[in-house]
Design a protein around this ligand. Structure first.
Ligand SMILES: [Zn+2]
Length: 397
């Protein structure tokens, strides 16, 4: 017998079975407790949200003639280890001296989908990429793309070490973390602009594709001992020369870390991304207040002191707007901070403003130079260059 979590209330309370939990408020405590009622106070506070579902072992399992206590299995998502599984265990041990289930089962579909979707995005970015012609040397790649491959080196070291110790749960954890954080939240999110707006054969685009290619080559190998069919499916769609099957390959040795003398070190990127995360919470807040729409309709003024440890921001210059995915980012000394700026990290303040400029219909950035070209009145300056000129160049991101 298997039980899944539902919002069932304790049926032993008179009236609740018919009227739902609202019946509690009209209940006379004597109905429930009889002559002992005077020894108890009835409270109307809301109990912990997990208590209703966490006591279904009593209100459902023990009441329903077709069910047995304890249940053979409780089935829910893995977030319920600290939720329903936990509250059910606590309440049942307190009430009955034993667990309410013989075993619990979580599904791993979300984690699988994250890995599959990340692979799908990386593959989609390689649509016109031929490694024989387009693969760039590490030294020629943009620093952000070098960082992404560097992160893959770190992940590969952890994953191969976990495989050596047969710690498969650490393999899947690391794989998921790499997909959701390094790829989904950072590399893929930030390079989307380059992929979609720059000229097909530009350095900015080929650099991001080179990183995506190396990363995916490594990822399919991390995956195939535990996700063989998905790994094989992805491998067969990878561009370029390859083995007949991913199963015939060894660990990918084409990854490369950041040089010690990199223009932006891994620690520098960690600083920049920490500010990005802090700022994104403030962007979300301002958006919830209705002052901006999408993040690209916003401009940021960031005020920080030397002691904040975020000096790497200034290295990126105007390209910070691509990292933060806003239409402009301006950096200032903390001493110039206006009252409207909000502290998002220690010694780092941000002022989020709605851009007053027109939105470019092509890249969606709001820029003062939208409409400078009579031939392309709806485009910003860099898009005009990308559509009919030399094309833009990027130094970092
Ligand atoms: Zn544009």
């Amino acid at each position: 017998m298997l039980i899944v979590r539902t919002g069932v209330f304790h049926v032993n309370v008179p009236g609740v079975e018919q009227g739902g939990i609202e019946a509690w408020f009209a209940l006379d405590k004597a109905e429930l407790l009889g002559k002992d009622a005077d020894d108890y106070d009835k409270v109307s506070d809301t109990l912990d949200v997990w208590f209703d579902s966490g006591t279904t072992h009593t209100s459902v399992l023990k009441e329903h003639p077709d069910l047995t206590f304890p249940a053979d299995m409780y089935l829910e998502g893995s977030d319920q280890h600290r939720g329903w599984f936990h509250s059910s265990l606590l309440a049942s041990v307190a009430m009955h001296g034993c667990a309410p289930y013989r075993e619990v089962l979580t599904q791993t579909a979300d984690g699988y989908r994250r890995i599959r979707n990340t692979s799908r995005f990386l593959l989609a970015n390689l649509g016109d990429f031929d490694p024989a012609r387009h693969l760039m040397a590490p030294a020629d790649m943009l620093p952000l793309d070098r960082w992404a491959v560097h992160q893959a080196v770190q992940a590969q070291a952890k994953i191969t070490s976990a495989y050596d110790k047969y710690q498969f749960h650490l393999v899947t954890q690391e794989l998921q973390k790499f997909c959701s954080t390094d790829m989904g939240s950072l590399f893929l999110d930030i390079t989307k602009d380059r992929q979609y707006t720059m000229q097909a054969d530009s350095v900015g685009r080929r650099s991001a594709q080179t990183a995506a290619y190396h990363i995916l080559q490594a990822m399919v190998r991390w995956m195939y001992p535990v996700l063989s069919f998905t790994a094989e499916e992805i491998y067969q769609h990878l561009p370029g020369d390859k083995e007949e099957s991913v199963l015939f390959t060894q660990w990918y040795d084409g990854l490369f870390g950041l040089d010690a003398d990199s223009v932006i070190s891994a620690d520098d990127w960690a600083q920049v991304f920490a500010v990005r995360e802090a700022v994104s919470k403030q962007l979300e807040q301002v958006r919830a207040e209705g002052k901006i729409g999408a993040a690209l309709s916003a401009e940021l003024d960031i005020y920080y002191s030397e002691t904040a440890g975020v000096s790497a921001l200034s290295t990126l210059g105007d390209e910070l707007r691509f990292v933060f995915i806003t239409s402009a980012v301006r950096l200032h000394d903390l001493a110039d901070k206006p009252d409207t700026a909000v502290e998002v990290m220690e010694h780092v303040f941000v002022d989020v403003k709605a851009s007053v400029h027109e939105k470019c219909v092509r890249c969606w950035h709001h820029r003062a130079d939208v409409g400078v070209s009579a031939d392309h009145p709806e485009l910003c300056g860099r898009c005009v260059g990308n559509v009919s000129g030399e094309g833009e160049t990027r130094a970092y991101a």
